[in-house]
Design a protein around this ligand. Structure first.
Ligand SMILES: [Zn+2]
Ligand SMILES: [Zn+2]
Length: 67
């Protein structure tokens, strides 16, 4: 199976369906980060995302005299 949008090849129907529905470049990212506005195609990506907005808040609260 070949994705019509990006020409990626898949041997397993499940992988192909998942790609076309969620991961393909043609798919609108469904998981926005509420802190910085970045959007992700997979929930796992959002979870692993090191948010710049959140990191700034973290640094500001724990290390106010940032050296
Ligand atoms: Zn694709
Ligand atoms: Zn973020």
């Amino acid at each position: 199976m070949v994705c019509p949008n990006c020409s990626k090849r898949y041997t397993h129907p499940n992988s192909y369906t998942r790609h076309v529905k969620n991961e393909c470049i043609a798919v609108e990212p469904k998981f926005p980060c509420l802190d910085c506005g970045s959007r992700f195609r997979r929930k796992a990506y959002l979870k692993d995302h090191i948010c710049p907005a959140r990191r700034v808040a973290f640094v500001a609260t724990t290390n106010p005299s940032s050296s």
